[in-house]
Design a protein around this ligand. Structure first.
Ligand code: GLY
Length: 583
């Protein structure tokens, strides 16, 4: 009896000890796995554990999150967000535009890129935007039916979903249909964005009927904004996939509008459109791997090229945004954009020397040409020998799921509200992406970018882009995903977020919030955001830089950093309405 009591007491002690150890282990584990935020800054990211969507508009980000919560993966959530933004963020979210989606698959440690850039219609011609005197007709290039490239967005989103999604297509499009059918309250940001373009939207009766009141103004803040034609267009996609857009009623309505109003996109253009899955570009930077967007975007090439040049310097010692640091950044930017002007175009049509441009050897040659003390006038920088009006449009969103998959997507109509022309009966705004071709090589495009024959219009060709969804990898996993709108400014914006994160060890919110600079070779102007100090500007001027403080903010990133099993999200506060949705 006594013996069995002793055995019982012994057993109880063992069990108590076991539980004590378990509890103490659990609390140590929790502390080890707590989110790590660098609090030395005024800017803090949102934190999530199981899923996150960072985008330019709240309702669409919440749609993506609801898909993640419902068991969808990051690709399902990205596709759902893309369709939802076409409803809630009409200035750049779209069905009749194009873009690039970069995906990291954690399970097999693989990255892939879906290129759904628009293509030039089969009837397009190199001189189609020149007037009789050979000058570029800007109105035709930007605001006519001819300005539209064959839309790629639906093909791209459907391809991403079909290859990598896990939920039924109807489930990922349903939230967008609901938002279009039932409507949603107009936010301050939407009201502002429509009013900013109201005059031009009023010139197209269909666009006016979709977006403006009888007084030719944006619908009031808080009023319910419904889009029944767009809902029906989305229903046809949900039921028939890409054929629900590129064939059938939607295709008929697009081609009918083109025939009536002097456009050239026809049913053959629509039927032949295909998104393309491509290998992203990759290069190392200070022990990290940078994975970014290949041609027909110039983004990945030039981000990598500039990182290669800057890697040779002790940037940390220079300190962020010192005159010396900005000088080197600006010089690297000039060289990159000079090369862009000569070599870049659609690599399915022309030879782009990608390997050379992103090589470390080439960067060393360029680096040797940069003076530590003097700005090189742009006219003295020639594109290397390799063995407009500014439009802050386009949009970006980034998604991460609990499995470590990441999607970072930039898509666009080109200008805010594209060509400002809507297709009757569809709720679709047409893009004006043909303006991204070199209408006349050597003459600046809408972003002030000079381009060569390499970006000349040709049937079926994709116009050169600057869209730059980018992922930074460490030991095979994604640690940062980002991207931005901004035309030519996209590339330098993404560059600076990467540098702030990797070189200056900033949390992602802080990395996004720092004042940025931009130089694109021509014009020879160094644009700085307010926040770069007057003394720094004076020093830069003494070095020979033509500095101007930008009236507009530079870029608008939507980023996620991944660390230690936690997700850190930051929507750039440079514009209203962005949102981090997470759980
Ligand atoms: N439409 C802007 C870009 O593709 O870069």
């Amino acid at each position: 009896m006594l013996c069995s009591l002793r055995v019982l007491i012994k057993k109880l002690m063992v069990i108590t000890l076991f539980f004590a150890l378990l509890v103490s282990n659990t609390s140590t584990c929790d502390e080890d796995n707590a989110p790590i935020i660098n609090y030395k800054t005024r800017f803090l990211p949102e934190v999530g554990k199981n899923g996150m969507v960072v985008g330019p508009e709240k309702l669409a980000a919440e749609v993506g999150l609801s898909i993640l919560k419902g068991g969808g993966n990051a690709i399902d959530a990205a596709v759902a967000t893309g369709f939802a933004l076409a409803v809630t963020y009409p200035r750049a979210g779209n069905l009749a535009g194009g873009g690039f989606m970069l995906i990291h698959h954690e399970k097999d440690k693989r990255q892939t890129l879906i290129d759904y850039r628009e293509t030039a219609p089969l009837d397009s011609r190199p001189d189609m935007f020149l007037d009789e005197s050979g000058k570029i007709d800007r109105s035709r290039t930007y605001f006519s039916h001819l300005a539209a490239g064959v839309p790629g967005t639906v093909a791209g989103l459907i391809m991403a979903h079909a290859r990598y999604g896990s939920l039924p297509l109807k489930a990922v499009i349903e939230p967008a249909i609901k938002l279009a059918e039932e409507g949603f309250p107009v936010s301050y940001a939407l009201n502002y964005e429509i009013n900013a373009r109201a005059k031009r939207l009023a010139e197209n009766s269909e666009a006016a009927s979709l977006f403006l009141t009888a007084e030719k103004l944006a619908p009031p803040i808080g009023s319910i904004f419904k889009q029944s034609d767009l809902a029906n267009t989305l229903i046809r996609i949900a039921e028939n996939g890409a054929a629900g857009f590129y064939r059938g009623l939607t295709a008929q309505l697009i081609t009918q509008e083109m025939q009536t109003a002097g456009g050239i996109i026809d049913s053959e253009d629509l039927m032949r459109y295909e998104a393309v899955e491509r290998s992203p570009l990759r290069q190392t930077f200070k022990g990290y791997e940078i994975v970014s967007t290949p041609p027909p975007s110039s983004g990945g090439i030039h981000i990598i090229q500039m990182l290669n040049i800057l890697e040779q310097l002790d940037l940390q010692k220079m300190r962020l945004n010192s005159a010396k640091y900005i000088h080197y950044l600006a010089e690297a930017m000039k060289h990159a954009y000079a090369d862009r002007s000569k070599y870049l175009g659609d690599s399915d049509f022309i030879q782009v020397p990608v390997t050379e441009l992103i090589s470390k050897e080439y960067a060393r040659t360029v680096g040797q040409q940069i003076s530590p003390h003097r700005a090189s006038p742009s006219e003295t920088i020639l594109p290397g020998v390799v063995q407009s009006h500014e439009s802050p449009d386009t949009t970006h969103f980034t998604v991460a799921d609990s499995l470590g998959n990441v999607v970072t997507n930039t898509y666009t109509l080109n200008f805010s509200f594209g060509s400002h022309i809507a297709v009757p009966g569809t709720g679709l705004l047409l893009n004006n992406e043909m303006a991204d071709f070199a209408a006349r090589p050597g003459v600046a495009n809408a972003y002030g970018l000079i381009e060569s024959q390499a970006n000349r219009i040709s049937p079926g060709k994709r116009p050169l882009s600057s869209m730059s969804p980018t992922i930074v990898m460490q030991n095979g996993s994604a640690i940062l995903a980002t991207g931005s709108p901004g035309g030519s400014i996209i590339i330098t914006t993404v560059l600076q977020v990467i540098l702030n994160s990797l070189v200056f060890d900033m949390n992602i919110a802080s990395a996004a919030a720092q004042p940025r600079i931009h130089h694109q070779w021509l014009p020879d102007t160094l644009r700085v955001e307010p926040g770069i100090g007057p003394d720094t500007i004076d020093l830069l001027k003494q070095m020979g830089h033509n500095v101007t403080t930008s009236r507009r903010t530079l870029g608008r990133t939507q980023s996620i950093a991944l660390k230690n099993g936690w997700l850190y999200g930051a929507t750039d506060t440079r514009r209203a309405g962005g949102h981090v949705a997470s759980y």
